[in-house]
Write a protein that binds this ligand. Structure first.
Ligand code: AOF
Ligand code: ZN
Length: 365
């Protein structure tokens, strides 16, 4: 199952709105157990993982075990049900990690397999598989994408400076790691303040991964995104969605739309600003299952206030920004605090001189 989870990870961020699933067929041979087929959900979401693994296994699938990270589908969607392919191939045992909450599946996949006499085990390595399926699980269960907030803080707990564009807090290794996060998500988002100050491209520039650049999203209530910005100017190459408040200046919206920027109007919240929950729902309706939020402080704090952050990637460096830098918003510092916070540490990594801590929102009991 660990191998299937790693396999699924390869297409993370590249299969939306489908999840990236990993499937491995293991057969008993004269020399012991061996892998005879591997499959990962194809780019764009289809074909699913299982038929690919079964095709690779061919006749060796007869009597074999299938390890799969998500409950195989039982519905006639765009593709025929995976359970039928599994039964037809002669698989005798299915080991799965996560049950599919998609209402079209939701237990029916396992039930169909069991009815065909296949031994079914589920819940194996569930937490690590669910990590890679977090976008699908959030979209189906919550109707919004999974939200990962990326933050870089200096030794004096600053996350940037109002007067300096693209202030480097972390080093090149940490920044490459952050680009990998972009490659693994469906969309990368910033607030309009960050878009104006940094004029970011928000693309993936890692060698070999340029095609993995996610959809770029701006929280931009008043449609302030500049037509001359890098985002607007490259909208025809890599999608840009501008989340504007209903009633935003139609001329500004039209100028951006003419450049290929997709204008997505969203209701205003009680505070008169963009309703962030509605904005995320609109993204999910458009097939986006995961969002990496990269800044700035204001959007991060606003998401935290509405309890819309599922995970945080906190990079910490020894750089000193100085007292006039932007402080890590208090609400985030409190949420990430070791005692009394609302997030748990899910992993730690070292990138050059910088540290990365991954936090997951603590599950509500
Ligand atoms: C699987 N294996 O590799 C994936 C699955 O629109 P469709 O027909 O492609 O079905 C999409 C649903 O199938 C999706 O919402 C999720 O429940 C499941 N994804 N299932 O058996 C796979 N990617
Ligand atoms: Zn399927």
């Amino acid at each position: 199952m660990a191998a299937a989870v790693r396999l699924a990870r390869r297409h993370l961020g590249l299969t939306a709105p489908n999840p990236s699933v990993g499937a491995i067929v293991v057969a008993d041979g004269p020399d012991g157990r061996r892998v005879v087929g591997r499959g990962v959900t194809a780019l764009g979401g289809r074909p699913h993982a299982e038929p690919q693994a079964l095709r690779q296994a061919g006749d060796a699938a007869r009597g074999a075990t299938l390890y799969v990270t998500l409950e195989p589908c039982s519905h006639h969607g765009v593709t025929p049900p995976c359970v039928e392919a599994i039964i037809a191939a002669g698989i005798v045992r299915v080991v799965a990690a996560v049950s599919d909450p998609d209402p079209r599946v939701a237990g029916r996949g396992f039930a169909r397999l069991a009815a065909a006499g296949i031994a079914v085990t589920t819940g194996v390595a569930e937490a690590s598989a669910a990590d890679g399926l977090c976008g699908h699980l959030a979209r189906v269960r919550l109707g919004r994408p999974h939200v990962l907030l990326k933050l870089a803080v200096s030794a004096d707990r600053r996350i940037g400076r109002r007067d300096v564009a693209n202030l480097a807090i972390t080093g090149p290794a940490a920044r490459a790691r952050a680009q990998l996060m972009r490659a693994e998500t469906d969309a990368v988002a910033v607030g309009i303040g960050t878009a104006e100050i940094d004029d970011p491209a928000l693309t993936v520039r890692l060698p070999g991964l340029a095609a993995a650049s996610p959809v770029r999203v701006v929280f931009d209530a008043a449609a302030r995104l500049a037509p001359r910005s890098r985002l607007a100017q490259t909208a025809r190459e890599i999608r840009v969605i501008d989340l504007v408040a209903a009633g935003a200046d139609p001329d500004r919206c039209a100028a951006l739309a003419a450049l290929g920027v997709e204008i997505l109007p969203v209701a205003r919240g009680a505070d008169g600003r963009l309703d962030l929950a509605a904005a995320l729902t609109a993204l999910a309706a458009g097939g986006i299952t995961s969002v990496l939020v990269e800044g700035g402080a204001e959007i991060a704090a606003a998401l935290a206030r509405r309890d819309l952050i599922d995970a945080v990637a906190l990079f910490e460096s020894d750089t000193v920004v100085g007292p006039d830098g932007l402080a890590l918003p208090a609400i985030l510092a409190a949420a990430l605090a070791a005692d009394g916070g609302s997030f748990d540490v899910a992993g730690r990594e070292i990138w050059g001189p910088d540290r990365l801590t991954l936090f997951h929102r603590r599950a509500v009991p």
